[in-house]
Ligand binder design. Structure first.
Ligand SMILES: NC(=O)c1ccc[n+]([C@@H]2O[C@H](COP(=O)([O-])OP(=O)(O)OC[C@H]3O[C@@H](n4cnc5c(N)ncnc54)[C@H](O)[C@@H]3O)[C@@H](O)[C@H]2O)c1
Ligand SMILES: O=C(O)C[C@H](O)C(=O)O
Length: 342
């Protein structure tokens, strides 16, 4: 009798927890007044799954929040400045933290050239997140993603709160671009194109797998491959000194956040390629890798392996792995070891 009552109470409590998790989804954007931050915040305000939107920036957070808060959707919007409690308040209770804070490229720069500035920005924001939102899903947008994600991991490890299932490098823009570029070539609707992109998020570490799409004939199309791998450069060049992709990135970031929220709210089969702490190439010393990841209430549910590749794709993957190993990941890890910050 008592056991039955305990079981019932447990079930009710679990339901209550699930219901409250469903009802309350706080999303925090760090760098919310920037080129990505503003349209990203706008898209999140339009998402009915988001109940609380916290917008933080070193300048302009409250202004963007006041503007967006007039939009007639249900969520509550709050803006934060870097006051002594601003960042912690923005983070407290967040289910998802998106980080687009940092400087963008100018023509002639690689993403790696951003490392010196963005590494410490991401490190310090990661520290704040580890302290105020240790259980949140952290979505890293700031470049170079292949190095900034390991920085966040090192900080969370140092704080004793690292959960590899809740850290994501956002590579969705590569998938979005690949689908769009293929649809242009094949005269199809881009929403029907689902191109898997694996590896990382810069140059040769971006590896689209056309052999696994409905257009295997596109394997070996060097122009298309170059456009997917260097799509970011196309935008940097066109903006001519005014920054890099912001609007398409905002859409990609909002899509990834929506996928996480859907999965957290119980939807099954939500799969997105993303750069995560991955077992796939750890034996080669590569701790982070983007492949298709099934998302769930705990973040990463299942990491898919890369599947069958064509010979050409295998060569692209080999080049990607060499770059990830040689430069990107270890650079982030070494940065935190040498510059632990305050
Ligand atoms: N992952 C991707 O696919 C992808 C795509 C596009 C851009 N990016 C990267 O996103 C980053 C942001 O790009 P952007 O175009 O929005 O740049 P931006 O300069 O327009 O905006 C950056 C914002 O970050 C803020 N900021 C700087 N330091 C901060 C800190 N310590 N705390 C909080 N906010 C801080 C700035 O005030 C600014 O509002 C860049 O590093 C860029 O390379 C990544
Ligand atoms: O290209 C950049 O520097 C920004 C971003 O990573 C992109 O792919 O557009």
């Amino acid at each position: 009798m008592f056991a039955a009552r305990r079981a019932l109470t447990g079930a009710v409590q679990r339901r209550a927890f699930t219901a409250s998790a469903r009802d309350l989804s706080k999303v925090t954007v760090l760098g919310a007044a920037g080129g990505i931050g503003q349209p990203l915040s706008l898209l999140l305000k339009l998402n009915p799954r988001v109940t609380d939107l916290a917008l933080y920036d070193i300048r302009g957070g409250p202004g963007v929040a006041a503007d967006i808060s007039h939009i007639n959707t249900k969520s509550k919007v709050t803006g934060y400045d870097p006051t002594p409690t601003g960042l912690a308040s923005a983070l407290k209770g967040a289910e998802i933290v998106l980080i687009p804070a940092g400087v963008p490229r100018k023509p002639g720069m690689t993403r790696d050239d951003l490392f010196n500035t963005n590494a410490s920005i991401v490190r310090d924001l990661a520290k704040a997140a580890a302290e105020s939102a240790p259980d949140a899903n952290i979505l890293v947008i700031s470049n170079p993603v292949n190095s900034t994600v390991p920085i966040v991991a090192e900080i969370f490890k140092a704080k004793g709160v690292y959960n590899p299932k809740r850290l994501f490098g956002v590579t969705t823009l590569d998938v979005v671009r690949a689908s769009r570029f293929v649809s242009e070539l094949k005269n199809t609707d881009p929403v029907d194109e689902n191109i898997t992109v694996i590896g990382g998020h810069s140059g040769v570490t971006i590896v689209p797998l056309f052999s696994q799409s409905s257009h295997p004939d596109l394997v070996g199309d060097a122009t298309l491959l170059n456009r997917v791998q260097f799509g970011g450069d196309e935008v940097v060049k066109a903006k001519d000194g005014a920054g890099s992709a912001t609007l398409s990135m905002a859409m990609a970031g909002a899509r990834f956040a929506e996928s996480l929220l859907k999965a957290a709210q119980g939807e099954k089969g939500v799969v997105e390629p993303t750069f995560v702490d991955s077992p796939l190439y750890k034996d080669q010393g590569i701790d982070f890798f983007a492949s298709k990841v099934e998302l769930g209430p705990n973040g990463v549910e299942k990491i898919h392996d890369v599947g069958k590749l064509s010979g050409e794709e295998q060569k692209l993957l080999d080049a990607c792995l060499a770059d990830l190993k040689k430069v990107n990941i270890s650079k982030g890890v070494a940065f935190v070891a040498e510059n632990p910050g305050k």
